[in-house]
Each structure stands twice: as structure tokens, then as C-alpha cells.
Design a protein around this ligand. Structure first.
Ligand SMILES: [Zn+2]
Ligand SMILES: [Zn+2]
Length: 149
């Protein structure tokens, strides 16, 4: 004897229409289910196109530091708990990586209006950094002034 599929009546949560299905848990009628799937994949590809991370809180993502999977706790999270501290330190250090605060003191120099571009151009032409150029200039100036002491 053939098993008759047990059809149950459900009310679609989207359009409110009654529909029959043999499943135990059905929220949407056939039409709405298709429509929902379309919407989902559209939202997904939209996000992908905007380069947004397609994930949500509670999802598992891969830590960019150690490569281990971790559970996402906030939208901007990129590393696991173990790497968080190290990673934040790294980010803070990045802009000044070239001039480690241990080896150098920080000095702010004012130049006449418009000279910055000229200095940069000059440094570029001679393939040295502005920082190096200024240090070189300081050294030369001090040597010169020392001679005239
Ligand atoms: Zn429906
Ligand atoms: Zn990690």
C-alpha cells in the first residue's frame, strides 16, 4: 500500500494565505519561500559587491592573525580573542613603524608656506625621505655654526 503524504494546512507568515504541505514546520507558502530565497541571495550578492563582510554575530570567521576560526562577537572583529591584544597594538604602531619611538625623538618642524611641496619634490628627486633630508640639513647647519663659534 502506498503511503499517502500527510498534508497539513499552514498559514503563510508572509502573505497570510493558507497552504498545504507535508512538512512539519512550514512558515511560508511555496511562492513566498521562493521570493524569500531570491531576496536573500540578492542581499548576499549586494553585500559581496560592496565588499561588506557577509557574516553576522555568532558566525564563525577565520582570524587574520593566526588563521584559526573564532566566533564573531562584533561586526568589525577580524581576529580571535587570543590575537586581539597583539593585533590592536600592531594597528597602533603601524603609522610610526618607520620611526620607532625608542630610537628617535619626535620633532615637529614648520616650513614657509609652500615649501613643503618643494622639499618633498627635492627629497623624492634625491631618493631620500624628508625626515632624512631635514636631519641631514640640521647636521650640516650645526657643523657650520660650530665652525663659526
Ligand atoms: Zn505566502
Ligand atoms: Zn587568532
Amino acid at each position: 500500500m502506498n503511503k499517502e503524504p500527510k498534508l497539513k494546512t499552514f498559514i503563510c507568515e508572509m502573505c497570510g494565505k493558507e497552504f498545504l504541505t507535508d512538512g512539519n514546520r512550514a512558515k511560508y507558502c511555496y511562492d513566498c519561500r521562493i521570493e524569500r530565497q531570491k531576496q536573500r541571495s540578492r542581499a548576499y550578492s549586494e553585500k559581496k559587491r560592496n565588499n561588506e563582510q557577509v557574516r553576522s554575530i555568532g558566525d564563525t570567521d577565520i582570524c587574520i592573525e593566526c588563521g584559526k576560526p573564532y566566533v564573531v562577537k562584533s561586526g568589525s572583529q577580524k581576529v580571535c580573542d587570543n590575537c586581539r591584544k597583539q593585533h590592536t597594538n600592531k594597528l597602533k604602531q603601524k603609522p610610526n613603524a618607520e620611526y620607532s619611538s625608542r630610537a628617535y625623538d619626535y620633532l615637529r618642524v614648520y616650513v614657509p608656506k609652500g615649501d613643503k611641496a618643494k622639499i618633498k619634490e627635492f627629497a623624492d628627486k634625491h631618493n631620500i625621505s624628508i625626515n632624512k633630508l631635514i636631519n641631514l640639513g640640521l647636521q650640516m647647519a650645526m657643523d657650520k655654526l660650530k665652525q663659526s663659534d
